[in-house]
Design a protein around this ligand. Structure first.
Ligand code: ATP
Length: 636
């Protein structure tokens, strides 16, 4: 299958957008906030604890003031002890509340992540094959992993911190003004100058975060492509380890570079804030000191003011940074929303009907045209009908459009022109579930999950009983293989089933479809040559699979073209010949040519279909019924 394809805007747009980060919009903020809506109760509790902690935090400076202005000058030991006890109790209580707060915080953040991850998985799963053929798997993995957990990191820390700092700030300002408005004004005068650069730093952070996530995705894609079995074998076979190491190293260096820049971003700004924080007390001591000397203020008030300064500048500098952090997390949200906004191009029509099961299994292509990439026709004007229960073989040179035809029936893609009917219904008018329920596929390469044989078989039907599974395996000639496995049905097949042979995997695929029991079977015969015994076993397994079902087979075997009720010969996306094997052979067209090259050589092989000791496949095959007896022989 080729990659690429236009017309599917979501994916390319996301790539472009990653290059040119957009601004944060109000809509984006509202959308990000909507993920917190279900947890409003918990958030309210957190806010309450934040309020309590901020109020408790005001106590120590007031206690200091009472200590300096009253307890010490009045030599009141009891008051002294009480004030000191208060100084110990205040941080203890707020510390305990802090623990509860962190717990709630973490829970909210993790639940938001949980929802985001679920939404993202569910949405990406609903996207069409077109999406998956145009995006690197590693890129998808990275958005689900790195971007979502990045959001979690930021959200967990910042959300409540913002509120906490705002509380602290407001309560401190109120207290300061009530203690002495002149010193309060002095303390606040310099604040605007502090906040000025945050906007610029924030915007830069948004960009760098975008870049960082993009680099991470690239790195994940390389890992995913080269550290799986097929990629590994390819890399070793071509001796490309060094090349891959260098490629990985290069991307890794880019990531490191961007991470360093991200960490250093706003460092100067933070330094300025720190210097300012230490200058503040000096100014207050100077002005406050003068006021004390003039008898306009008590010493305790000045000391309390200096103690409060930390509660003023701390939150301000934190809030300035929070703005920058939020810009960073918005970049992550944007990448996640970008996927969530990719509209599935294959989905149920609003008026979609359920295809009554079991259907008859009649398939019709009416003037079907299809393009993967606009302007480049993969199929044009394809017309044919398959009667229920017929076996139809697709033949044609490589790239003729055979696979494409099989992809259109279960709506992996939708036709670009014309219509495709199943039992007289346009497939686009049927629900995807009911349509795919009726279709079984055996592909050239059998995909298995790295799980037990049983789990892989049950994938077809979770409620299949052990007896049904055993029967399907018996019919698919897999029972002997399983009996010899160390753990029988519990044997784990390994990544993509690499612990099974090609022939065993194919028979497992057949057993899986037998369990599903669909009305229509799409069969892409393996091109790889198998030894005659395995070949015979697979043919034996296929016979009961095709019996009573409408079968559309991409034929690579002589036996299949001989057994077919009808052959569809494709060339360059067009249906050029239709007929039975003898008819087409007699016609002397493309099929006759293909037969010479592709099918006839198989006659000399040891894999001729045999029944009762007689070869059935001959250059001039017998009548349809005879041929079908071989292909659809009873399962032993
Ligand atoms: P083969 O026997 O080699 O598997 P085929 O007859 O099954 O070939 P198709 O896979 O249907 O051929 O491909 C038909 C045409 O569509 C080819 O020209 C192919 O390059 C093109 N094509 C297939 N998949 C895609 C895709 N995802 N994006 C763009 N073009 C594609």
């Amino acid at each position: 299958m080729m990659m690429g394809g236009g017309g599917f805007h979501g994916v390319w747009r996301s790539g472009d957008r990653a290059q040119r980060p957009t601004q944060i919009t109000r809509a984006m903020l509202v959308r990000a906030a909507s993920y917190f809506r279900p947890y409003l109760h918990e958030i309210a509790v957190v806010l309450l604890t934040v309020g309590v902690v901020s109020v408790i935090g005001l106590a120590p400076p007031l206690l200091i003031r009472a200590l300096v202005d009253q307890a010490i000058p009045q030599r009141d030991t009891t008051l002294l002890l009480l004030l000191v006890a208060g100084m110990v109790a205040a941080p203890l209580v707020s510390g305990l509340i802090g623990v509860v707060q962190s717990y709630l915080n973490t829970r909210i953040a993790q639940r938001v992540m949980f929802d985001l991850r679920n939404d993202l998985y569910q949405h990406v799963q609903s996207l069409s094959l077109r999406f998956f053929t145009s995006v690197k798997t590693g890129e998808i993995m990275s958005r689900l992993n790195n971007d979502v957990s990045g959001v979690s990191r930021v959200v967990g820390d910042t959300l409540t911190s913002i509120v906490m700092w705002v509380f602290q700030l407001v309560s401190t300002v109120v207290l300061m003004v009530s203690l002495d408005w002149r010193l309060a004004l002095l303390s606040l005068a310099i604040v605007p100058a502090l906040l000025a650069p945050t906007r610029r730093v924030g915007a830069r952070r948004f960009e760098i975060q975008h870049e960082s996530q993009r680099r991470q995705a690239e790195l994940t894609a390389i890992m995913q492509e080269t550290l799986n079995i097929s990629g590994y074998v390819l890399m070793k076979a071509f001796g490309r380890e060094r090349f891959e190491r260098d490629r990985f190293g290069g991307k890794n260096a880019e990531l490191m570079d961007v991470q360093i820049r991200a960490n250093m971003l706003g460092r100067w700004f933070r330094m300025a804030l720190q210097v300012f924080e230490s200058l503040g007390p000096a100014i207050i001591f100077l002005v406050g000191g003068l006021l004390v000397i003039q008898g306009q203020m008590t010493l305790g008030t000045v000391i309390a003011f200096v103690a409060l300064l930390g509660r003023l500048y701390g939150p301000i500098s934190q809030l300035a940074n929070v703005h920058i952090e939020i810009m960073g997390s918005m970049a992550l949200f944007e990448r996640i929303f970008d996927y969530l906004d990719t509209v599935p191009d294959i989905k149920d029509a609003p008026s979609a009907r359920t295809l009554p099961a079991p259907g008859r299994g009649a398939v019709a292509f009416r003037n079907v045209g299809f393009e993967y990439t606009p302007g480049r026709k993969a199929l044009s004007e394809v017309n044919f009908e398959i009667e229920p229960g017929q076996l139809v073989a697709l033949v044609g040179p490589s790239g003729a459009g055979k696979t494409t035809i099989t992809y259109l029936i279960p709506r992996f893609y939708d036709v670009s022109e014309g219509r495709l009917e199943l039992d007289g219904h346009d497939v686009r008018d049927l629900t995807l579930d009911s349509l795919r329920e009726q279709i079984g596929m055996v592909t050239q390469e059998t995909y298995l999950f790295n799980a037990s044989l049983l789990e892989n078989l049950r994938y077809a039907r979770t409620d299949a009983t052990l007896e049904e599974i055993a029967e399907a395996c018996r019919v698919a000639r897999l029972d002997d293989v399983i009996a010899q496995m160390p753990d029988g049905y519990e044997t784990v097949v390994g990544e993509r089933g690499y612990r099974l042979s090609g022939g065993e995997k194919q028979r497992l695929a057949i057993a899986r479809v037998l369990l599903k029991d669909p009305r229509i079977l799409i069969l892409d015969e393996a091109t790889s040559s198998l030894d005659s015994q395995t070949e015979a076993q697979i043919q034996e397994a296929l016979a009961p699979l095709t019996r009573g079902r409408t079968t559309l087979a991409i034929a690579h075997r002589l036996s299949t073209v001989l057994a077919a009720d009808k052959l569809l010969v494709l060339d360059g996306g067009q249906l050029v010949e239709t007929g039975t094997h003898p008819e087409l052979l007699a016609r002397g067209g493309l099929y006759a040519e293909l037969y010479e090259i592709q099918f006839k050589p198989q006659l000399s092989g040891a894999q001729l279909p045999v029944e009762n000791g007689h070869e059935l496949a001959t250059a001039t095959p017998r009548g349809s019924d005879d041929r079908r007896t071989w292909y659809r022989q009873e399962a032993r």
